[in-house]
Design a binder for this molecule. Structure first.
Ligand code: SAH
Length: 229
């Protein structure tokens, strides 16, 4: 079995790299790919860069070049539900692009023609993630993505109510879209690094990005070790 694992940032990638034994690494278009073997699964890790286009591009490379069977996106996110605290974990059951706007054509905000509004993560991967969540503050629900670092409470509240989303980040839903269009099952897992809702999000982000990345990378290792293959 082959799994592609995407991280937007170096901090997120390094948290997992520091816990595994590397087998190989190589570059494609200046993107660095890292290979390792875990639980008889061939894993390819990549730091895709921030934002939806970067994430989409690397996802397609993993699908086309590496022929992965599954895609997992791991990283940090801003908590926009009042129930979330920093370092909590969110399993994305559904992903939506909060900045996709065809409302001028009477479509709902977030609706993408030929794709839909919400994209479902793979049920099996969500179940394995839930089954391995003991000891963590885990939440399962909707993750909203867009090319905006959300700092304002007003925007955070709007995304929370409009999309019923638990957290906001900048990659997950574009990875979901590419996987949906290419028929590849996927999972998005995020640890909360900041809380736009509670103010001071840049400060909390800077303080918690490393800690959250560490927590979520340990969790992903646990998930990988319990996959049936
Ligand atoms: N440190 C970077 C910027 C980070 S952007 C720099 O200096 O250039 C934030 C990253 O963390 C994105 O990859 C996004 O997915 C996630 N993220 C965390 N909190 C977020 C928030 N409040 N809004 C949007 N994305 C957030």
């Amino acid at each position: 079995m082959k799994i592609g694992i995407l991280f937007a940032m170096k901090e997120e990638l390094d948290a997992l790299l520091s816990k595994i034994e590397l087998k190989n690494s190589y570059e494609i278009f200046d993107l660095k790919f890292y290979e390792c073997e875990l639980n008889n699964i061939n894993c390819t890790l990549v730091e895709c860069g921030i934002g939806k286009v970067n994430a989409a591009r690397s996802t397609q490379i993993l699908i086309d070049n590496m022929k992965v069977d599954y895609i997992i996106n791991v990283g940090v996110a801003g908590g926009i539900s009042k129930d979330l605290d920093v370092c909590d974990i969110v399993i994305g059951e559904k992903l939506v692009q909060h900045d996709f706007d065809l409302t001028g054509f009477n479509h709902e905000k977030g609706y993408i023609p030929n794709v839909g509004k919400y994209i479902d993560a793979d049920e099996y991967l969500v179940k394995i993630a839930m089954d391995n969540s003991e000891g963590l503050n885990i939440h399962k629900g909707i993750i909203a993505s867009g090319d905006i670092f959300v700092t304002e409470e007003k925007m955070s509240d709007k995304i929370n109510t409009k999309f019923n989303a638990l957290c906001v980040e900048m990659e997950g839903a574009s990875i979901a879209q590419v996987c949906y269009l290419s028929h590849i099952p996927f999972l998005v897992i995020r640890s909360i690094s900041d809380s736009p809702k509670k103010g001071n999000n840049k400060m909390t982000y800077d303080e918690f990005v490393i800690k959250s990345s560490d927590i979520v990378s340990k969790y992903v290792l646990k998930i990988l070790m319990s996959l049936n293959n």
